[in-house]
Design a protein around this ligand. Structure first.
Ligand code: AMP
Length: 200
């Protein structure tokens, strides 16, 4: 199966250093040019909006998924090719997952952290084998990645948990990783998974 639909998680803030938006725009352009479609939170705010706009301008189809509450606040963007309204945030996350083959976390706040953490856990428990990529603009994720290392060192996760995600230092590295990713790599059976977890 080929990766086609890429979900982006990233900041809804409009007051960040320009570098964050630049990386989003650059990533969106590359994704659009390479024929990927984007799935995202559906809003007209922050890095997410700039990223999907650049992708759309370069040929990507955009799917937006937004909870009713944010929609009612007027945050939606009418430039999506497909748009879904959900009752709440949990239903939205499930749909973002269902509609995508890959995940990229650009810099973001609590919303981004929540979304990408859930995807790492899904993959850790072998619900799927999607690529999960952090785009580490300005070293934004350095401290979080150190904390992840500590989770592993202190044995709260298996040594191989580092393979659950990839850290890219530029949009180009994101694309290279996406293109080389083997979506078909076999997931362990539940029995093997249990053995693996018990060996922690
Ligand atoms: P944050 O990182 O806290 O700015 O939250 C951004 C992430 O949470 C995005 O990936 C969205 O899916 C979701 N989110 C948070 N705020 C909004 C908003 N105003 N409009 C759309 N999505 C949002």
């Amino acid at each position: 199966m080929k990766i086609k639909r890429v979900c982006i998680f990233c900041s809804s803030s409009n007051s960040l250093y320009e570098e964050y938006y630049k990386d989003g725009i650059n990533l969106g352009e590359l994704l659009g040019k390479e024929g990927y479609d984007l799935v995202y939170g559906g809003s007209k705010l922050g890095i997410m909006y700039k990223t999907v706009k650049a992708a759309k301008d370069n040929g990507a189809k955009i799917t937006g998924i937004m909870p009713e509450k944010l929609y009612d606040c007027g945050f939606s963007e009418n430039y999506c090719d497909e748009f879904y309204l959900t009752k709440g945030m949990r239903e939205r996350k499930a749909l973002l997952d269902e509609k995508s083959d890959a995940v990229i976390a650009l810099a973001g706040g609590f919303g981004t952290l929540e979304e990408v953490s859930e995807m790492i856990v899904q993959k850790q428990l072998h619900y799927n084998n999607k690529p999960i990529i952090f785009l580490n603009t300005r070293g934004f994720y350095d401290n979080l990645l150190k904390f992840f290392d500590n989770i592993i060192e202190e044995r709260f996760a298996l040594q191989n948990a580092k393979n659950l995600y990839f850290v890219a230092n530029s949009p180009k590295e994101v694309l290279n990783y996406l293109k080389s990713y083997d979506l078909k790599a076999e997931l362990l059976s539940d029995k093997e998974l249990i053995k693996e977890i018990l060996s922690k």
